[in-house]
Design a protein around this ligand. Structure first.
Ligand code: NAP
Length: 323
C-alpha cells in the first residue's frame, strides 16, 4: 500500500459530508474543481441516524437516511469529488492556501474551503432514550411526526423549538404533553400563547424524564417532579426532544467568527468572516435545519466558492518558516 502523502493540495476542500457538504461536492465537481471532501468520522451527518426520510423531494416512497447519503455521495463521486473520511482537528485560515490538519491523514492545503459540519441535536443522554432512537424517540417532529397519527406524544423543552414541535405534532397526534424542567417557558410570548391555547397540548412543568419505557418501541415515560422528587409514569407512544442543537463548529473557534451559540456568522448567505471560506447547512442555519434546505445551501456555497476561485488563481504554497 502506498503511504498516504503528508501534505495534499486542492483547489477546494469541503469539510462535512451531510446533505450540505455532499451537494456542495456535487456542484463543485461538476464545475471541474475536483473538490476534496473531508467527511468526518463517522461521515454522513445526521441522516445516518435517521430511518425513513419522507420529505426529501424526488422519493415518493420515502428513502432511508443512510441510503440517501450513499446516493448523494455516489452522485458527487461520479463527477470527480474525492473523499477523505477523517476529522479536521486543527485549521489555519490566516493565510492562503488555507491549512486543514486531519486526525490521521496529514494536512490539506486548499485555496478555498466550504464548512458544512452541521449541528447535532441535544439529547437527554439516558440509556433508554438512546436505545429507542428511531423507534419512537426523535429529535425532529418535521421529519417523524407523520408516523404518529392518533398517538399520545411528549415534547421536551421550554424554548421556541419545543412549542413549534408540539404545535406541529398536533396535526397528527391525539395529544401532546410538553415536559419542561423549569416552572416557566423561555419560548417567545407568541409561541407560548399559541401552544397554551391549543386544545391538544398540555404542560408538565418542573418535570424531568428519568427513563423512557418500552422494549422495542416507546410505551411511556418515567417522570420526576423536580420540586418534590415524586416519580410518576406518563403513557406516550412517542418522545420528541426539542432541547436545542449544538453546531459542530468547535474546530473553527478562533479562526472564523461564531455567534454566542457557536453558529458560524455569515454575510450574503454563505460568506464567513474569512475571504475564501464559505459556510453551508446547519453549522450556520439554525432556522430551517432540513436535509433539503441544507442541500440548497450546499449548492449556494459551491456556486459562491466557484466564482470566488475564478477570481483567485491558485495560491503558490510557501515553504513553512524555519523555527
Ligand atoms: P433554546 O431556546 O436553547 O431552548 C432549549 C430548551 O431546552 C430550554 O427550555 C432548556 O431549558 C431546555 N433544555 C436544554 N437542555 C435540557 C436538558 N438537558 N434537559 C431538559 N431540558 C433541557 O433552543 P431552541 O428552542 O431550539 O431555540 C434555539 C433558537 O432558535 C432560539 O433563539 C429560538 O428563539 C429560535 N427558534 C425560533 C423559532 C420561531 O421563532 N418559530 C422556532 C425554533 C427556534 P431551560 O429553559 O431550563 O434552559
Amino acid at each position: 500500500m502506498p503511504k498516504e502523502p503528508e501534505r495534499r493540495r486542492t483547489r477546494l476542500a469541503i469539510v462535512g459530508s451531510g446533505p450540505a457538504g455532499l451537494t456542495a461536492a456535487l456542484y463543485s465537481a461538476r464545475a471541474n474543481l475536483a473538490p476534496l471532501v473531508l467527511g468526518g468520522v463517522p461521515s454522513g451527518g445526521q441522516l445516518m441516524l435517521t430511518t425513513d426520510v419522507e420529505n426529501y423531494p424526488g422519493f415518493p416512497e420515502g428513502i432511508q437516511g443512510p441510503e440517501l447519503i450513499d446516493r448523494f455521495r455516489a452522485q458527487a463521486a461520479r463527477f470527480g469529488a474525492e473523499f477523505l473520511d477523517d476529522n479536521v482537528v486543527r485549521v489555519d485560515l490566516t493565510r492562503r492556501p488555507f491549512r486543514l490538519e486531519t486526525g490521521t491523514r496529514g494536512t490539506i492545503e486548499a485555496d478555498a474551503v466550504i464548512v458544512a459540519t452541521g449541528a447535532n441535536a441535544r439529547w437527554l443522554n439516558l440509556p433508554s432514550e438512546q436505545r429507542l432512537r428511531g423507534h419512537g424517540v426523535s429529535a425532529c417532529a418535521t421529519c417523524d411526526g407523520f408516523f404518529f397519527k392518533e398517538k399520545d406524544l411528549a415534547a421536551i423543552g421550554g424554548g421556541d423549538s419545543a412549542m413549534e414541535e408540539a404545535l406541529f405534532l398536533t396535526k397528527f397526534a391525539r395529544h401532546v404533553t410538553v415536559i419542561h424542567r423549569r416552572g416557566e417557558l423561555r419560548a417567545s410570548r407568541i409561541m407560548q400563547e399559541r401552544a397554551k391555547a391549543h386544545p391538544k397540548i398540555s404542560f408538565k412543568f418542573d418535570t424531568e424524564v428519568v427513563e423512557v419505557l418500552g422494549t422495542d418501541t416507546v410505551e411511556g415515560l418515567r417522570l420526576r417532579d423536580r420540586r418534590t422528587g415524586t416519580l410518576s409514569e406518563l403513557k406516550v407512544q412517542g418522545l420528541f426532544l426539542a432541547i436545542g442543537h449544538d453546531p459542530a463548529s468547535e474546530v473553527f473557534r478562533g479562526a472564523l467568527e461564531l455567534d454566542a451559540k457557536g453558529y458560524l456568522k455569515t454575510t450574503d448567505i454563505t460568506h464567513t468572516s474569512v475571504d475564501g471560506v464559505f459556510a453551508a447547512g446547519d453549522v450556520y442555519d439554525h432556522r430551517y435545519r432540513q436535509a433539503v434546505s441544507a442541500a440548497g445551501l450546499g449548492c449556494m456555497a459551491a456556486i459562491d466558492a466557484e466564482r470566488w476561485l475564478a477570481e483567485h488563481p491558485e495560491t503558490p504554497a510557501k515553504a513553512p518558516k524555519a523555527a
